[in-house]
Design a protein around this ligand. Structure first.
Ligand code: AMP
Length: 285
């Protein structure tokens, strides 16, 4: 049993009324959007939310519009009972679980498209993905009306797309990134890690090792091209494939860069290990 009462909402009006009541007494409200199948990475966002706010709202919605036709929407893991228990235990004040009819009522016709930061990387391999993300996150933020919304650096391009969309649309919310929580061997926690066979799981940390090696090389002044080529070779030798991308980008604009002269960079990768698509990224500079 949790020491914290968790209110569960599935509609916009009661959620907004609760948030308004909290705000009326001066509380700072933090939203943590998720797709459920919660793990310690999500709970790191909740912990950060509790540290910086007075009230925490966590949303769970597996958003169909951010999945491509051949992606895993139907088999995406769903475990609401366990998720709610974890959120209660973590001290979340309100869980928001809208269903598809609340998010996309009949006649829904609007889409937010973010140019620039959503192009290339995951955006190049998942057409429409970031438009789906930007649209649903804008809706969740307008519905919950938090002061702050937290997103993991694990999905670094997503974080930059959301920052850009909120800025461009003058949506009055502070977007903050939270560092990636990893297993002891470096593998970034992800709801999709459960798809890995034990044998794949043993090889999966190589992705983070490759990114870390490229970051160290860049920091030491080694040439980017050779570092990336070496990284690809190591990933292929570990059984990764196809490697969708392994790239060095400006940490803010996500423009392609090949050294640290223009400021901090991010090294980002997406690659399949068997049937599972893994993504990760690290900082350099
Ligand atoms: P998801 O449920 O996969 O949409 O993720 C919900 C939020 O949790 C997103 O902001 C993710 O970036 C974040 N997240 C997922 N995995 C991790 C992790 N290992 N460390 C930190 N944040 C994460």
């Amino acid at each position: 049993m949790s020491a914290f009462p968790l209110s569960v909402f599935d509609a916009v009006a009661p959620l907004r009324a609760q948030v308004a009541a909290w705000r009326a007494v001066g509380d700072r409200i933090v939203l943590v959007p998720t797709m459920g199948a919660l793990h310690a990475g999500h709970l790191a966002l909740v912990a950060q939310a509790r540290a910086i706010g007075d009230r925490v709202v966590a949303s769970i919605f597996v958003n169909p519009t951010q999945f491509g036709p051949n992606e895993d929407f139907l088999r995406y893991p769903r475990d609401t009972a366990s998720d709610l228990a974890l959120l209660a235990e973590a001290g979340v004040d309100a869980a928001y679980l809208p269903d598809a009819a609340v998010m996309y009522p009949a006649g829904f016709s609007t889409r937010i498209a973010v140019d620039g930061v959503s192009e290339g990387l995951c955006g190049g391999f998942r057409p429409g993905h970031f438009s789906g993300v930007a649209t649903v996150v804008t809706k969740l933020i307008n519905q919950a009306q938090p002061d702050v919304a937290l997103f993991g650096e694990k999905d670094f391009q997503q974080l930059q797309v959301i920052r850009r969309a909120m800025r461009d649309l003058d949506i009055p919310v502070l977007i903050e990134g939270v560092p990636t929580l990893r297993e002891a061997d470096g593998l970034a926690l992800s709801s999709r890690n459960r798809y890995l066979t034990p044998e794949e799981r043993a090889r999966a940390p190589r992705l983070h090792a490759v990114l870390t090696r490229i970051a160290a090389g860049l920091n030491a002044g080694e040439p980017a091209e050779a570092l990336v080529a070496e990284g690809r070779t190591v990933l292929e030798a570990a059984g990764f494939g196809p490697i969708q991308y392994l790239e060095i980008r400006d940490a803010g604009s996500l423009a392609p860069v090949s050294d640290l002269r223009t400021g901090p960079v991010r090294i980002l990768a997406a690659a399949y290990l068997g049937a599972t698509r893994l993504i990760d990224n690290v900082a350099a500079g």
